[in-house]
Design a protein around this ligand. Structure first.
Ligand code: ADP
Length: 478
């Protein structure tokens, strides 16, 4: 099947070439998607810019009603969207379904929050002056999203942008554009005015350079690697665009000696194995107190050995394929490097290839490495795979130092039954998010985001809509 890009309120005939999208569990071709040109991007920007002139002046109620309709359609179509997601991303079907509902929640939440964008009156210093502050949409927004959450990463940006009165162009990842394209069928059915939402596919670098040079694009919002995030920061300086970045992570998970071990195991599994560990908030290092190390490891291994690997549509499958060969090679390289430097392989450490396509169809067994140390690549580099490196510590300060020893600062997790420790450690972790006695932290109403090299800005909740608003100060003399 051949797909089209979407701008000016409808899917457009495509005259150029296409690229293929593959099923990562077997290498089958799922469809062909337009390789949009620079001129396609220019037309999309033109339409979105015109759309902004109209959309910004509509009432919040009007905008939010359309977002709510979109939410209803997504829920109606959730199974179809989830099937497409499992086909192109590989994650287990129930996880895909969970992501659709999670992603839809952003549409619902911002369809409510969009009505609560308030300004302020500030007491002036002279009797004949009035100081007013209004919140206005930043303008045309260009969003770039990754393949690991093909739906939720889009709605988390699109919903607050539209609710704020911005227009929005999305460029989904080349590996997983089909969920986005299906979503845009629903966008079309809702009947947003022309230029309000657009979807473009093609070479990320080429399309993004067009957007970066164009001063009508006022904001870039990106989820992806730290390397590309840094590049976008540089490029956006040319026209001083606003920028939100949600980049890589290297989440520590600390199990203190007073932790509820079963809770810690549940949290480890939840934060590690979703989407085969290909998640920026996935646990990348488990730090466990030496007193409970053996018990924790024994219980964890028992659970990990039960996990079924396979095609995401098969019953009971918990671990789908790794997205591509580059991904599996990175995982395998880190595991081998750790073993060579003295880590003990507790379980896993094997990969398998299915099908004839060398690049996709790779599976990696859930793996535990014990005795990981700072000289191993896995201690510092993001893994993006189903591997748990275990590190032992002796006291609380050592755990905090180990946890903070990374350029990243996205998510962190820790387990303790002590209320004082809970407060102190939550304050000391240099991370944007902390899961305390839980491994599942994402929610539409909560501010998601990182510090240090994990990014700039927050997505979700009332913090998330601020990213799409400018503050305008009006001073009146009467
Ligand atoms: P990953 O390694 O997880 O694929 P990337 O940061 O490379 O992470 O990709 C995330 C998103 O960024 C994707 O939509 C991809 O197409 C896009 N991307 C990659 N390179 C560039 C670039 N040079 N400019 C703009 N977007 C890019």
């Amino acid at each position: 099947m051949k797909y089209s890009i979407f701008y000016d309120g409808s899917f457009q005939e495509h005259e150029g070439d296409y690229f293929k999208v593959y099923d990562p569990s077997n290498g089958n071709v799922l469809g062909e998607v337009p390789n949009a040109s620079e001129s396609d991007m220019e037309k999309t920007i033109e339409s979105a810019y015109k759309g902004f002139e109209f959309w910004r002046d509509k009432t919040a109620e009007y905008r939010c009603d359309l977002l709510e309709k979109l939410y209803d359609l997504v829920i109606e179509e959730k199974e179809n969207l989830a099937k497409i997601m499992t086909m192109e991303n590989g994650k287990p079907y129930l996880e895909s379904l969970g992501e659709i509902v999670y992603g839809a929640n952003f549409l619902k939440w911002y369809s409510e929050e969009g009505k609560r964008i308030y300004g302020q009156f500030i007491p002036a210093s002279s009797e004949n002056k009035r100081i007013m502050v209004r919140k206005q949409p930043v303008g045309l927004v260009y969003g770039i999203t990754p393949w690991n959450f093909p739906f939720a990463m889009i709605t988390r940006k699109l919903a607050p942008a539209l609710a704020a009165g911005c227009t929005f162009i999305i460029k989904p990842a080349a590996e997983t554009p089909l969920t986005a394209l299906k979503f845009f069928e629903l966008v079309e059915r809702v009947g947003f005015p022309k230029g309000v939402c657009s979807l473009i596919t093609g070479d990320a670098k080429t399309l993004t350079e067009v957007a970066m040079k164009d001063s009508r694009v006022r904001k870039i919002t990106f989820t992806g690697s730290t390397a590309v995030g840094k590049l976008l920061m540089k490029q956006s300086s040319e026209t001083v665009k606003k920028i939100s970045l949600e980049l890589g992570g290297h989440a520590p998970l600390i199990v203190f000696d007073d932790a509820d071990i079963d809770k810690a195991i549940k949290g480890t599994l939840a934060s590690k194995f979703r989407n085969c560990g290909q998640v920026c908030i996935a646990t990348n290092r488990v730090l466990v107190h030496e007193k409970i190390h053996d018990l924790y490891l024994e219980k964890l291994t028992e659970q990990v050995l039960k996990m079924k690997i396979g095609n995401g549509f098969e019953d009971q499958v918990k671990i789908g394929p790794v997205i591509n060969k580059k991904g599996v090679d990175k995982i395998d390289g880190q595991v081998k490097d750790a073993i060579e430097k003295g880590a003990k392989l507790v379980c896993g450490g094997e990969s398998k290839h299915v099908g004839d396509n060398d690049d996709v169809g790779h599976f990696y067994k859930p793996t535990i490495l014990d005795g990981v140390t700072r000289d191993m690549a896995i201690f510092y580099d993001e893994t993006f795979g189903p591997v748990i490196p275990v590190i032992t510590f002796k006291d609380d300060q050592e755990a905090i130092d180990l946890a903070n020893d990374t350029p990243y600062g996205l998510a962190s997790y820790f387990f303790t039954e002590s209320i004082s420790k809970a407060f102190v450690v939550a304050e000391k972790l240099d991370y944007g998010m902390v899961g305390l006695n839980t491994g599942a932290i994402s929610a539409a109403q909560a501010p998601f985001g990182g510090v240090k090299e994990s990014g700039i800005g927050r997505e979700g909740g009332h913090f998330g809509i601020e990213e799409y608003l400018e503050t305008k100060y009006v001073c009146l003399e009467i």
